[in-house]
Design a protein around this ligand. Sequence first.
Ligand code: DX5
Ligand code: ZN
Length: 218
Amino acid sequence: IMTIRIAPSILSADFCNLQRDLDAIATADLVHVDVMDHHFVPNLTLGEPIVKRICEVTDLPVDVHLMIEDPDRWAPEYARLGAASVSFHMGAAHAPVRLARQLHDMGCKACFAVRPAEPVEPIFDILDEFDMILVMTVEPGFGGQKFLDNQMGKVRRLRDEITRRGLSTSIQVDGGVSASTASVVAQAGADVLVAGSAVYGSGDPRTAIADIRRTAQA
Ligand code: DX5
Ligand code: ZN
């Protein structure tokens, strides 16, 4: 039986009340921080100074999702600031294996991310280099989009490959995850569920986390 981990995305938090909104998700397993650069995705969020403070004030492992160009240059900076894991995109990384090894050398977990139109099979040959694979279930860039259930085949094929080879790789799903989609996601084989608007849009993050956890584990 797989342990499901819930990772609220602070993209939907109140950026003027980050401390409060981090405290509000203390029952989660990770905090997911979306870094966007106006180039890899058409949105701009936050960068190193804010990630640094988040790492300092939260007790949760900080999971940084880089939606930026040239992660080869920037991902190690986030590891240095204290991120527990850093995700970078297939569509942006120049040397993903080298970057994963560099992150590991810094004591940071490495995660490879694929957008909805990107296949997961090309990762199979380098799967053992990563702690986690992130399957996007929306086009990256914005919170509050509709869940793409057509990504579940990808999650299943990835889970089958991980199981077949006896690896311990986690599968993270990000985009449109809520208590209504959590069971589909978990049944397909994902074990790390990111949720932004479902957690912070609910007015009661603690209950929303519990609801997602319960439906995922049912
Ligand atoms: C989207 C981000 C997500 C986003 C998810 O590009 O990577 O982490 O915060 O938000 P929801 O859960 O609202 O789809
Ligand atoms: Zn994300």
